[in-house]
Write a protein that binds this ligand. Structure first.
Ligand code: AMP
Length: 147
């Protein structure tokens, strides 16, 4: 859809603006925490989705959740990483939006979350909508507003 007014994008679907699932770094249910820490460190992302083998979203995992779990009384107990599964550590209460959600619906959620997980019509993980994408859309709208 071609926007005429700068705020027309608010009624556009996010569908064409998400980072699609194949480009999203993720871990799978059953992976151990050591692998997850490696993915988080290598990608530099603050948190990543946890998916099942059918590509359904099961939760989110952050570096903080991992370090919290291996925090001993006097030191971080890295040796415990390989024995822990991401399933035990992940956050399961995750906001999810549908792939046809309009931009105007994602503002509230993106205030509190750096990205939102997106599901398709079959409730499969389709990708993520990031705060960065919304900010870019907003910036364009603001710069093309009549004075
Ligand atoms: P950004 O808006 O690009 O700074 O991304 C915000 C957050 O979204 C990152 O810290 C990650 O948690 C997540 N994210 C962005 N891109 C990806 C990606 N390709 N794979 C996994 N997570 C991502």
């Amino acid at each position: 859809m071609i926007s005429v007014n700068s705020t027309d994008f608010l009624h556009e679907s996010i569908r064409d603006h998400i980072i699609s699932s194949e480009k999203v770094a993720h871990v799978q249910i059953g992976n151990n925490a050591e692998h997850a820490l490696l993915v988080l460190t290598k990608t530099g992302y603050s948190s990543i989705p946890v998916l099942d083998p059918q590509y359904r979203l099961k939760g989110l995992l952050s570096m903080g959740m991992i370090t919290e779990a291996i925090l001993g009384l006097e030191r971080i107990e890295y040796e415990r990483l390989s024995g822990m599964k991401v399933d035990e550590l992940m956050q399961t209460d995750v906001p999810v939006i549908g792939i046809n959600t309009e931009f105007r619906r994602v503002f509230d959620l993106l205030i509190n979350h750096p990205f939102l997980c997106v599901e398709d019509e079959e409730e499969m993980f389709a990708g993520i909508m990031t705060r960065r994408v919304l900010m870019k859309k907003l910036k364009k709208a603001v710069y093309t507003m009549p004075r």
